[in-house]
Every structure is written in C-alpha cells, then in structure tokens.
Design a protein around this ligand. Structure first.
Ligand code: M6R
Length: 608
C-alpha cells in the first residue's frame, strides 16, 4: 500500500528519496511522486506506474534541494494517474503533502471549500489536506497542520513541506504509521523503517494524534493539542543488508531460504530444555491472567490467519484452552461476548493490517485482553496489545508471506507449550517438545535441499490452470496456505480444502487436468489421507504428495512426492509448508510473473 519517505538535512534530498521509494516498492503501488525544496522553490514530479518511470522524468543530479518528500501510491480515491499521484498541493503551489490513509469526510469538506472558490486538481481525498493547511497557514507550519487535521476524519500518516518555510517538514499521525529517523545532521520521516534503514537505525515512532516538526538538527514532538512530548530513541535491529537480495533473484526465494534462521530466531533465548518450558519475556506483563486463561481467540488475515488455524490445533493438543480462530475482517463486525479472562491474540507480520487492528480495538472494547504476535517492532498492533511476542525475523519484503508464517507457527507452538506445561503437560512431554523444536532449523534445511526436485515438479505442472490442495487436521490450514501461495504469485486458480470434505463437492472437479497437492506426512490422519489419495487417483487426478521421508507406501501410489523429515505431529506444518512455498515460487517464475510484486496486491493492507 502507500509509502512515505521524507528528508531534511545537508545532502541533496533527491537520491535519498528515490532510494527510499525503491525500498517501499515491495508494499505495492501504482503511481509515485516526489517534491524537492530549494529555498522558496519546490519542484514536483509525479507519474503513474513504477519508480523507474519517475526517474526518467528528471536528472537527479541536477535537482538541488536538501529537503523533500516522496510517495508511492496505491489507488483508493481516484485512478492511478499522474494527477492523482502524491505529493498534492494547494492552488498557489505553497503546500506539498504526502498522505497514507483515508480522509472519510473529504466529500463534505471538498464541497465547503469549492463553495469558497477553491479548485481541486485531483480526485483524491489527500488534496483536501493541502488546501486546509494553506488556508490555515500564518507563518507557522506546525500550527497550520494542527488546525487542518483537526478538521479531518479518518486515518492519516502525513508529511508536509511549505514553500515559505524552507528546511522544515511537519509530520503527523492518526491511524497510519509514520516514523522519524535520526541521522547525522539530518532527519528522515517514513511510513516504514525499510525506507530509511540504509541511512539510520535510530528511530522515534509517532503515536496516534501526534505531530512533529522536523529540521536537520532536531525534531519537536507534540500532541495535536500542542502539548510537548519527550520520547526516547529506539534502535532498529534490522540492517541495510537484511533488505537486500544478496544474490537471490527474488525476495520471496531469499525469504524461503532464510527459514532455518528465522525459525531459530523465533526460539532464540526462549527455550529452557531442562525444564521443558519456553521463556517468553514479552508476555510477562499479563502472565498472571494468561496462565489462568481458558478461552482464546486467534485473529489475523491471509497467511497470518492460516497460522492461527494451525495454532488452534496446537493449542488443542497442548493446552486446556478453548481456542477459536477468526478472520479479522469478520471478527471486527461480529457480536461477540467473551467469557471472563479471554485473550485475543492478533497475528500479523506488519503489525499494521487495518482489519486486524480494528479487530483488537473491538476486542478491547468488549473487555478481552490482547496479545500480539508481530514481526515489525513498534508497529501499531505491537503498541496496542497488552503484551506479545516478536518474530525477530527481519524484514519480509516479498508480498507472499513465507518466513513469517513458519516463524508465527513456531511462536504459537512456544506459547501453547508454555501454557500447556502450566496446565497439563508433563516434564517429559515438555522436554520432548523442546528437543524437537530445536531440531526444526536443521529439518527445514533438509526440505530446502530438495529445491531442484521441487523445481522439476513445477516444470511438469505449471501450465495447469486449476489446482487443489488437500490436508486434514494440522495439515488442513497448510492446504489453504499452499493454495493461497500459488494463486497470489502465479495467478493459477487454486483451492485449499479439508481432505474429508472432498466427497462433499470438490471431487466433481478431479480429472487428469487438475493437479492435487496432498499434505500427507505420517501423522494421526495418515490412513484417512491415504483414502483420499486413492479417490483422486481413481479419477485420474495427478497427485503431488508431501510425505514423511522413507514412506514407500505413498511413494508407489502417487505421481510425484516431496519428502519432509520426521518430527512431532504438531510440528509437521512448519516443514510441510516449505515445499508448497517452493512449488508456488517455481510455477510463478516459469510463468514469468512479477513474483515480489504480484498484481493488485499490497504487502501491508492498511485500509479495509
Ligand atoms: O501483515 P499481516 O501479517 O497482518 O498481513 C496479513 C495478510 O495481508 C498477508 O498474510 C497476505 O495474505 C499475504 N500476501 C500472504 O502471502
């Protein structure tokens, strides 16, 4: 979705902003723009399409100016055209604004301003902010922004510059992230640390209804009511290299290959083998209530939701807690009553997904306690939950979520094990679990070692236009996740189904034209899944099975197989999903898709 980068300093802003925009590309966008200030002149360039297009509009070396703002836009109000791309300006061309979020009362405000003779030059909701700031400007940019945004309803993260106040930028936030980056004689502003991590790892997050005036030497943080705020700098643990391809052709492949490390990072310092209990420092603030919890709701969207679906089975196996899983987009509108001491656990890579954020706000209103399993430190969900566990997986840049999924599964397992040890599991079971969890990174490496074999399977099947993914129990959510991976990056139609449901409908689709990926590790559902495979085979459906290594019975029965090493039943999903990710990746590559930036998709869905 939309991305913001801003700079105030001593160096030319243009190359820094272009670099920042490139780091935001992964979020998904359809147009881009930049405004650079030199004294009392501001030059603006905008275009529909890619940043490479924008770069062709000017020679960065000739654009002077040490202050500027830039934006990648994902269209909501108005088509993705040059006139709708940010930065937007007022009629005189004094104020320049980039904005993430949605101004909900923009139609009413627009009508009022039009009556006063103000002409609009775009179809966007953002332009209203530029006009309002211009109307309120009397020499103090912070004050003008403050007065303008007090009139708007909706969400915003904005960065603003003004022709008459050089070397200043004002940023503000309500509902859409904006972060200050502190450099050497310069400051940055961005909606996402990825845009500035190359330049600084010292950041300050703005909370909702806060504003900052930024110059090269300092930043002044205050509330929207002008009450000063002091906030300590935070250090971002990602480095510039984490956001580079490092020799991989795509971020998605790089991130698939990072999984042995990211699984390990999810457990680092969190395993206590002798006592068979994980240690999760992040949940200490709520531990007293959490250990007594008997009702939990896991919420998320997309891949994070599927992680929750696996989590439910793991919690059922290891704890005495009743666990529900809900799509955040549905949960937020349901009429729910929570039993006392209910915990709602938000699962989110970005920590900024609008539906998940709205879901936890609704849960809070209904009296639930909130936990977060989040990758992006300091993100909205991390800040709005009572406690939580970070993934520490580094930036996930590929739109298709991969390494975060296995990291989320690992953390959910640690949480379930911790609670389970408190509720019903013996020391022996705890020790056995921790031993198996520690082996996971090596086992994931073994799955990755079959990449060439998986690629050869993709070569045989990538031209088929409909695929089915089947699984039971712990593997049912993996079937759904496998189908999601395939469809989102290859645009092949794929469905994930509970294998036991096949006879209730999908079996009508089976033919030699429909590859069926069956998740069939040696778990308690093995015999049932075997029956489903036979049903597919007797209708000439080609079966690609993901099996436990050495399972000769299945090897003889299916068309293709991919082996995963043996592990505990509730840990298999962490391994069986990896072949699904690689299959999707190779099919998409053979179909020449834009793997890291699939059409219509955004990395972080910050609007409903
Ligand atoms: O940042 P989040 O984990 O909250 O994002 C949730 C979904 O938007 C995300 O998982 C999406 O489904 C991915 N594109 C899946 O690969």
């Amino acid at each position: 979705m939309c991305g913001i980068i801003g700079y105030v300093g001593c160096e030319d802003a243009c190359p820094i902003l272009i670099q920042g925009l490139k780091r935001l590309e992964y979020r998904g966008y359809d147009s881009a723009g930049i405004a650079i200030q030199y004294g009392s002149q501001i030059q603006r360039y905008r275009c529909a399409g890619r940043i490479s297009q924008l770069e062709k509009m000017f020679d960065p070396l000739t654009i002077k100016g040490t202050t500027g703002i830039a934006h990648t836009r994902w269209a909501t109000h108005g088509e993705p055209t040059e006139k709708n791309a940010h930065p937007h300006t007022d009629m005189k061309g004094d104020v320049y604004v980039v904005h993430n979020g949605i101004i909900e009362n923009f139609h009413i405000l627009k009508r009022k301003l039009e009556k006063k003779g103000i002409e609009f030059s775009s179809d966007t909701d953002t332009e209203i902010i530029a006009h309002l700031i211009a109307i309120h400007f009397e020499g103090d940019l912070s004050e003008a922004v403050r007065r303008a945004i007090s009139m708007v309803e909706g969400t915003f993260g904005i960065a603003v510059i003004h022709r008459l106040v050089p070397d200043q930028m004002v940023i503000a936030r309500r509902g859409s992230p904006i972060i200050i980056g502190v450099g050497d004689k310069c400051h940055y502003a961005a909606s996402d640390v990825a845009a500035m991590v190359r330049y600084t790892n010292k950041v300050v997050h703005l909370n909702d209804n806060e504003l900052a005036l930024i110059t090269k030497d300092e930043f002044t943080l205050s509330t929207l009511h002008a009450k000063p705020i002091h906030r300590e700098l935070e250090t971002v643990e990602w480095n510039a290299e984490d956001a580079e391809l490092n020799g991989f052709p795509h971020y998605m492949l790089k991130e698939i290959y990072e999984q042995p490390d990211t699984i390990k990072n999810a457990t680092r310092g969190r395993l206590e083998p002798s006592e068979g209990v994980p240690k999760l420092g992040g949940i200490e603030p709520v531990w007293k209530e959490l250990k007594e919890c008997r009702h939990m709701v896991l919420v998320g969207c997309g891949t994070s939701y599927y992680a929750g679906c696996v989590g439910r089975y793991v919690f059922e196996r290891l704890t005495e807690i009743d666990v529900e899983v809900e799509l955040a987009s549905e949960f937020r509108y349901r009429k729910l009553n929570f039993p006392p001491n209910t915990f709602v656990v938000a699962i989110s890579q970005s920590g900024e997904t609008a539906d998940t954020l709205a879901a936890i706000r609704e849960a809070r209103r209904k009296g639930a306690k909130l936990l977060g399993i989040v990758n992006v430190v300091g993100s909205s969900i991390a800040r709005e939950t009572d406690a939580g566990v970070y993934n520490h997986a580094g930036p996930e840049i590929g739109v298709a979520s991969t390494k975060i999924f296995t990291s989320q599964l690992t953390i959910l397992t640690l949480l379930a094990l911790l609670l389970g040890r408190h509720q019903k599991l013996s020391l022996t079971e705890g020790i056995e679990a921790i031993k198996a969890i520690r082996e996971l990174p090596d086992l994931a490496r073994k799955v990755l070692a079959q990449d060439n074999h998986i690629q050869s399977i993709a070569e045989k099947y990538y031209k088929y236009s409909n695929w089915l993914f089947l699984g039971r129990g712990y593997q049912y959510p993996i079937a759904m996740e496998g189908a999601l991976k395939l469809k989102e990056i290859s645009y092949i139609h794929a469905e994930g189904y509970a294998a036991g449901e096949m006879k209730h409908g999908p079996i009508a689709l089976i033919s030699s034209e429909m590859p069926v990926v069956v998740l069939a590790p040696g778990d308690s559902m093995y015999d049932k899944v075997m029956n489903n495979i036979q049903e597919v085979k007797s209708r000439k459906g080609p079966v690609i099975a993901i099996i436990t290594e050495g399972d000769n019975r299945l090897k003889d029965m299916v068309d293709e197989y991919i082996e995963v090493p043996r592990t505990l039943e509730y840990l298999y999903p962490i391994l069986t999903v990896i072949p699904c990710q690689l299959l999707a990746y190779h099919c998409a590559r053979l179909l020449k898709r834009d793997i890291d930036k699939p059409r219509n998709l955004a990395k972080s869905v910050t609007v409903e």
